[in-house]
Design a protein around this ligand. Structure first.
Ligand SMILES: [Zn+2]
Length: 657
């Protein structure tokens, strides 16, 4: 059993390093799904653990041994009592672990350990606002749930690599705790005693490394900021370190630390060097990095995945998107944590959107839109509401198409609804909201911030996109009418396919109308299943498009509508070599001739000479054996019955060799 596990871990690790080009194409949500997939049984919907206590502080001490694997630990948990006359409290701890004793100061407390709960008797009972300072001593070999809540593994064939990945329910597999995201500890300490050849990494700052003079060392980490229980992490191996500083003012800087397997460090350095750009970008967008008095860093681990442990993301893959994603989580996930798993999109949709923003700011708008297009195509396969209805299943919580891709699309759409400057104010205000920062949030908290900043009622937006299902499917059609020589009416009909919940989607929709003298765009508030909107324009409407900038997750049918008149475009590219394109529209069926002439009027090439139905067409010109220079192309469209010319036009183009 051990050998098989060992081989699997080595195989995973090798894959991470030998096929990076493949990994680069995997969306981050797929990678995280690797990490967070699986099932866990005892957590029921919206599990709150012991609601009589509020966790103040965890001080976790772990002694880790390999060959054989073994964990000896104690956790001192300081809690504040929330009710009167409480004569027992409980903490979550897997039945696989054995509790040796429970103490308050020097006094032993009686306890029971059943059904993954350690119930502790308090004598005398405690009252509201009293503190309970309890220390639980335990040992065992944690059994990993999810896909690795606590793993004794290897890298580079035989080097030990021990790591944790608790999200969502795995913390109690390896330490006693209040296992719910709704109660953050105000601060925490993790001390790890391990073989002195290894380095043990955790959250916050490294307070001390003590050589125990028995072949072991103890690494003591302290986290001064509030922390959710699933973000408390360890990573232990023979790490090489690669550090830099994030300079956030002329005189202030924060360490950026990377704990990397030695055999990978050299080739990862250029990738790790991108961290500072990302820290700077997100600090500008969302407010200064939330754990600025401590550190940010990466600890390599053996899953082909990333996990946003507070101040120290665990990474099995290093590329731009996964690094931006896990760093984005430090604001959205760690600083503000989803209060329950139903609202996981506040973590994963936001972190995925951070990838989009990284692409936008590092590589430009086209890169942003390409990223959004991919996430939208995933989001169309999302089943059920973004608000997770079955949180007993880890797979349901971390569904890539829904919590990640569609959650990201929702933020993209909110940006479309509010405009860029308001949207970025919303993101920053949310991150800095005093009721939410370093605490927890649900969708309604984000909605409140979005409504305050935008001055808009966004109930329709959040209720349909977060609690509703699917996306709008618009069936569009139009008619045009000439009112006078300078006024035309275009009537555009938006008919939505009937959905279950909501029945139809309410959204501002941008419509662009192409006329014979240019484009005009309008924003209409589409708030019914079947809506016709009339527009008055100054010249002949030729065509239209809805949502030209792809601001809405949607499908559109009927858009490539029949043109109402004849037209021919300027060729593109122009000047050109070796080929160019010409678009043309026929408002009626016609016999079409398109011919290219040189400056002397000599026929160079006939591009089209045939009967065509009304519609939009494209023709390519590939000149062969003609010199550089100016050429003309002429279109003639004739009524095929009476040979009358319906349309004729000439345009100039330039061939450059
Ligand atoms: Zn994530």
């Amino acid at each position: 059993m051990k050998i098989i596990l060992l081989l699997i871990l080595i195989f995973n690790f090798k894959t991470a390093n030998s096929s990076e080009s493949e990994i680069f194409d995997i969306p981050v949500h797929e990678l995280e799904k690797n990490a967070k997939a699986g099932y866990y049984n005892f957590i029921s919907s919206d599990y709150q653990s012991d609601t009589n206590i509020d966790v103040i502080y965890y001080f976790l001490f772990l002694e880790i041994k390999t060959s054989p694997d073994f964990l000896l630990g104690h956790n001192r948990i300081l809690t504040k009592i929330k009710k009167y006359n409480i004569n027992s409290v409980f903490f979550d701890l897997s039945d696989n672990m054995t509790v040796d004793s429970v103490k308050a100061g020097n006094s032993l407390l009686s306890f029971s350990h059943l059904m993954n709960k350690v119930s502790i008797n308090l004598d005398p009972p405690l009252n509201k606002n009293d503190y309970a300072d309890i220390e639980i001593y335990y040992h065992g070999v944690p059994v990993a749930t999810g896909f690795g809540s606590f793993v004794f593994g290897f890298h580079n064939v035989s080097e030990p690599a021990i790591w944790s990945l608790s999200e969502p329910f795995g913390a109690s597999d390896w330490f006693p705790c209040k296992n719910t995201p709704s109660d953050k500890a105000d601060s925490s300490s993790v001390s790890i005693k391990c073989d002195s050849s290894l380095t043990a990494v955790s959250n916050g700052i490294l307070k001390s490394v003590i050589d125990n003079n028995d072949g072991t060392k103890t690494f003591s980490w302290y986290c001064s900021y509030p922390i959710n229980v699933y973000c408390i992490s360890i990573a232990v191996s023979n790490y090489a370190q690669y550090n830099s500083f994030f300079r956030y003012t002329i005189s202030d800087s924060m360490p950026v630390v990377n704990y990397i397997y030695p055999e990978n460090l050299q080739k990862l350095k250029p990738q790790l060097d991108k961290t500072n750009y990302m820290l700077n970008l997100f600090s500008n967008l969302f407010g200064l990095y939330p754990f600025i008095n401590e550190k940010y860093g990466h600890a390599e681990f053996g899953r082909i995945a990333g996990m946003e442990h507070q101040t120290i993301s665990s990474m099995g893959v290093f590329n731009d998107n996964i690094m931006a994603h896990e760093l984005g989580h430090q604001w959205f996930g760690d600083k503000i944590t989803c209060r329950n798993w139903e609202n996981i999109w506040l973590n994963e949709g936001f972190a995925t959107y951070c990838e989009a923003l990284y692409n936008e700011f590092a590589f430009g708008k086209i890169s942003y839109h390409e990223f959004i297009k991919l996430r939208m195509s995933d989001a169309k396969n999302a089943v059920g509401s973004i608000y997770v209805k079955d949180v007993t299943s880890i797979n349901e919580i971390f569904k890539g198409n829904r919590s990640y891709a569609k959650g990201c699309a929702v933020l993209h759409m909110l940006r479309g609804v509010t405009g860029d400057s308001v949207f970025f104010k919303i993101m920053k205000s949310f991150s800095e909201d005093t009721a939410l920062a370093y605490k927890t949030a649900i969708t309604e908290d984000f909605q409140r911030v979005a409504e305050n900043e935008s001055g808009k009622d966004l109930d329709y937006f959040f209720s349909q996109w977060i609690y509703g299902e699917n996306f709008p499917e618009y069936n569009v059609s139009w008619t045009t009418e000439k009112l006078s020589s300078s006024e035309y009416k275009a009537s555009i009909n938006l008919l939505q396919k009937v959905n279950t919940s909501p029945v139809f989607f309410t959204m501002p929709v941008v419509i662009i109308i192409y006329t014979s003298s240019g484009d005009t765009s309008f924003t209409v508030f589409n708030n019914s299943l079947n809506q016709t909107i009339e527009f008055i324009v100054n010249s002949m409407p030729l065509n239209f498009k809805i949502d030209p900038d792809n601001l809405i997750l949607k499908t559109v049918k009927g858009e490539d509508i029949i043109p109402v008149s004849f037209s021919i475009s300027q060729n593109f590219p122009n000047p050109f070599n070796p080929e160019t394109n010409i678009n043309y529209s026929l408002g009626k069926p016609a016999f079409v001739n398109i011919t290219v002439y040189d400056v002397l009027g000599k026929n160079v090439s006939v591009l089209k000479s045939e009967f065509q139905r009304e519609g939009n067409y494209n023709v390519k010109f590939y000149p062969a054996g003609i010199p550089s220079g100016v050429y003309f192309y002429r279109i003639t469209a004739k009524d095929s019955e009476n040979n009358k010319i319906l349309y004729s036009d000439v345009k100039k183009m330039i061939l450059v060799k």
